[in-house]
Design a protein around this ligand. Structure first.
Ligand SMILES: [Zn+2]
Length: 267
């Protein structure tokens, strides 16, 4: 039974179902929306979020004082920085799809597709990051940054891979979960329609880039220049990595080729 989503004050959990609680971490921003969502399922915590003392306190309180295991959707800072302090306070075990690159926590369990941990089934969903996992519990999927509740997911080359991202979206669609609980933003109901809209949006972006290239071959920075206006240095870098990821997928599909740094359309 789902309870309608009215955000409680920061630091207080929202009850999503009788088994699932959500806390929003105090790290709002252009890439994190209101903040990272931390989910508590019994004594299991999914994505502790940032290393913020008040947030770690709130997680432990929401879990009734006991955290046995921490599951990670992926090793980006806004999801994992709080792992070490949470382990220190609770002695929880950590399980994820890859070892955290900065080695700030020990990984007790390396997770693979189909593994079941504390009743949650692991689904490998690379694309946003190489190590990305979703976790499925009944007809609910914890989608991390694979599917967000407020904006399209960023797939930034070279870490992000648009081809794998497409495959992973199809994989998620096949599971027919009725609800997505994302790493940022509100829960998603009507998941089929939501995924269809995402795929249409991605296809449109591919088509418009391909059309630009068919019009005149160009290198990635020039294509960004022709597609966006008013970019600052940081948004320009994100735009270039996003466009590059889309182009690499089109190259894999045999629709464009890169020659002397310039993309040229093939069909
Ligand atoms: Zn994130």
């Amino acid at each position: 039974m789902f309870i309608s989503e009215i955000e409680p004050p920061r630091g207080e959990p929202l009850r999503i179902t009788d088994r699932i609680l959500r806390l929003v971490a105090p790290n709002p921003g252009p890439m994190t929306y209101h903040g990272t969502n931390t989910y508590i399922v019994g004594t299991t915590v999914i994505d502790p979020g940032p290393a913020d003392d008040a947030h770690i306190d709130a997680i432990i309180a929401a879990a009734g004082g006991r955290v046995d295991r921490i599951l990670l959707t992926h090793a980006h800072e806004d999801h994992v920085a709080g792992v070490a302090p949470l382990v220190e306070r609770t002695g929880a075990m950590v399980a994820a799809g890859a070892v955290c690159p900065n080695g700030r926590y020990a990984l007790e369990t390396l997770l693979f597709d189909g593994d079941v941990v504390d009743g949650l089934t692991v689904v490998e969903t690379p694309g946003h990051s190489r190590d990305h996992l979703c976790f499925v519990l009944g007809d609910v999927a914890f989608t991390g940054d694979h599917v967000l509740g407020w904006a399209p997911t960023s797939v930034l080359a070279p870490e992000g891979c648009a081809a794998r991202y497409h495959d992973s979206l199809a994989r998620l669609a096949d599971l027919r979960c009725r609800t997505f609980l994302p790493g940022h933003g509100p829960q998603v109901r009507g998941t089929r329609r939501f995924l269809d809209a995402l795929m249409v949006q991605m296809a449109e972006r591919e088509r418009s880039l391909w059309t630009l290239i068919a019009d005149r071959p160009a290198a990635t920075p020039e294509l960004v220049e022709r597609s966006y206006s008013n970019l600052g240095p940081q948004t320009r870098s994100i735009a270039e990595r996003t466009v590059e990821a889309v182009l690499l997928r089109l190259e894999q599909l045999g629709r464009v080729v890169r020659e002397d740094d310039k993309w040229r359309s093939l069909q």
